[in-house]
Design a protein around this ligand. Structure first.
Ligand SMILES: *[C@@H]1O[C@H](CO)[C@@H](O)[C@H](O)[C@H]1NC(C)=O
Ligand SMILES: *[C@@H]1O[C@H](CO)[C@@H](O)[C@H](O)[C@H]1NC(C)=O
Ligand SMILES: *[C@@H]1O[C@H](CO)[C@@H](O)[C@H](O)[C@H]1NC(C)=O
Ligand SMILES: *[C@@H]1O[C@H](CO)[C@@H](O)[C@H](O)[C@H]1NC(C)=O
Ligand SMILES: [Zn+2]
Length: 461
């Protein structure tokens, strides 16, 4: 079911036009009252502001920034964006699977992974046998990411390590100056300063869209778990980087104009004592033997592609049999932690996951309980502290969303939403025609002030 409508009905357009006119009249009236020397600490200032005469979006992703990390420690800079902008009150909902590559590319394209093609961080193409492992070959990357939409329509884009941004597509060639090559050793400070430096160019060279990627606190989350003090340090460090962004924009007198969007790709959950919280596929052997060669991924998403061979008929039925036997074993009470794994034919997965309509998705998918892990046997145990990739219904998989700048209301809280909505929001801010996507075309209206509207600015009196 396609939710996207790119054309507003004439009736709706009229209603929107009316809202716009009313808002404009109200704004003008309000500006007049301020001229009469009102002592109000709030006044209204027309947009566009003085420095940049166009809309600019700076999107910052902090990998693995679980919703709630901002309460762990002082985060004055993130707090400043929140108080002056619009926040998803209970966090941003990632797409399933809640992994880095699928989610960054859903944010960029507005598509669920089944439609943008990056169905996991690594997977095998069942037709060609080729393995995707975060590689840059264009054939893997479907859909139209924001930087492509922007340059195709004559705008300028800068990307800094955003997953997928180095892939050539449409008018986007990933020019070195605007699209540095991924290198996780580059200090976060250098990333920030490099992105900010684009604002020092002559006016007609300033990018319209900038997308910046931080690999923390994901790394700390995996290594130490979400509850470790070293994770808290990583959160502080991200806050300092946001401070560096804010300071850089303020110095250039464009902090109120640039639309800064701070978000993450997914959350993090502890899986310490993972030997206790493991499910072993070998334990199902009394019901069904699952050859290791069938298993494309153990956890947090169990992905199985039975290799029946070309001449085996009724493969669909045989897959259904595998699913039935596995679930029988898991619910028998005789398989350790069996209740925490449920296996599906991909077509039978809950529809809310939107995880079936791609030939790349293996035919059998096991949904793993929060913080559990699947292994073949007891000998290949390992130390573990934090992970993500689980069902996106788990609150621990949520991340943050804050928008700050001209089109975002100050101090506004909105209900949680899925990250596939963000593509249209950015397209709307930049005045771009969005490519077909899985967001609702009406969503930007609920999040953003109308284009050309005014925004309350608080002044110190
Ligand atoms: C998502 O968007 C794609 C591209 O427009 C479309 O083909 C697909 O049907 C949509 N899926 C859902 C679940 O809306
Ligand atoms: C933006 O500024 C440039 C140069 O000052 C000017 O030529 C152009 O008309 C301005 N555009 C808008 C939309 O105000
Ligand atoms: C990656 O970045 C580090 C730190 O800036 C640098 O020393 C190193 O040479 C870079 N590696 C490559 C392959 O560019
Ligand atoms: C246990 O699992 C590991 C990893 O899947 C595999 O390499 C090993 O052969 C297995 N051991 C036994 C006894 O099956
Ligand atoms: Zn991760």
């Amino acid at each position: 079911m396609a939710k996207t409508k790119n054309v507003l009905s004439p009736k709706l357009s009229l209603i929107l036009l009316n809202i716009f006119i009313i808002a404009t009249i109200a704004a003008v009236a309000n500006a007049g009252s301020n001229d009469l020397g009102s002592r109000s600490s709030k006044t209204r200032r027309p947009w566009p502001f003085k420095k940049l005469n166009k809309s600019v979006v700076l999107m910052i992703s902090s990998d693995g920034f679980r919703f709630g990390y901002q309460f762990k420690t002082d985060t004055p800079n993130i707090d400043l964006l929140i108080s002056g902008g619009t926040e998803a009150k209970s966090g941003l909902i990632p797409v399933f699977p809640t992994m880095t590559f699928p989610n960054h590319y859903s944010i960029a394209t507005g598509l669920y992974p089944a439609y943008h093609g990056i169905i996991m961080n690594t997977f095998t193409d069942p037709v060609t046998g080729d393995v995707f492992n975060k590689g840059l070959q264009p054939k893997w990357w479907l859909g139209e990411p924001l930087w492509v939409t922007a340059v195709n329509q004559g705008l300028k884009a800068v990307t800094y390590f955003w997953p997928g941004s180095e892939v050539p597509k449409g008018s986007w060639t990933c020019p070195k100056r605007y699209c540095p090559r991924f290198n996780n050793s580059v200090p976060l400070e250098e990333r920030v300063d490099s992105v900010l430096s684009h604002f020092d160019h002559p006016e007609d060279e300033i990018p319209d869209l900038l997308m910046l990627y931080f690999n923390e606190p994901d790394k700390a989350g995996h290594n130490y778990g979400p509850d470790d003090p070293r994770l808290t340090n990583a959160v502080s460090r991200i806050d300092k980087m946001i401070g560096r962004v804010i300071e850089g924009l303020k110095k250039r007198e464009i902090f109120d104009e640039v639309h800064v969007i701070l978000l993450g790709d997914h959350g993090m959950v502890t899986n310490c004592e993972c030997n206790e919280k493991a499910i072993y596929t070998d334990d199902l052997a009394d019901w069904i033997k699952i050859p290791a060669a069938w298993i494309q991924s153990y956890s947090p998403v169990l992905a199985i592609n039975p290799l029946w061979g070309e001449n085996v008929e009724n493969q669909g039925e045989k897959n259904a049999e595998v699913v039935a036997k596995m679930n029988e074993a898991l619910s028998s009470g005789k398989v350790k932690n069996g209740d925490f794994l449920k296996v599906y034919l991909k077509e039978k997965l809950p529809e809310r996951l939107h995880y079936s309509e791609s030939y790349r998705i293996p035919p059998i998918i096991g949904m793993v309980g929060e913080g559990l892990m699947v292994r073949q046997n007891r000998t290949n145990s390992q130390e573990c502290y934090g992970d993500h990739g689980f069902d996106n219904k788990f609150f621990s998989m949520r991340t943050i969303f804050v928008g700050h700048g001209s089109r975002f209301r100050r101090g506004k809280k909105v209900p949680s939403f899925e990250n596939v909505q963000i593509y249209s929001v950015v397209a709307d801010i930049l005045g771009l025609r969005p490519a077909p996507n899985n967001g609702s075309s009406l969503f930007p209206l609920s999040l953003l002030l109308p284009f050309g509207a005014t925004r309350e600015i608080e002044y110190e009196v």
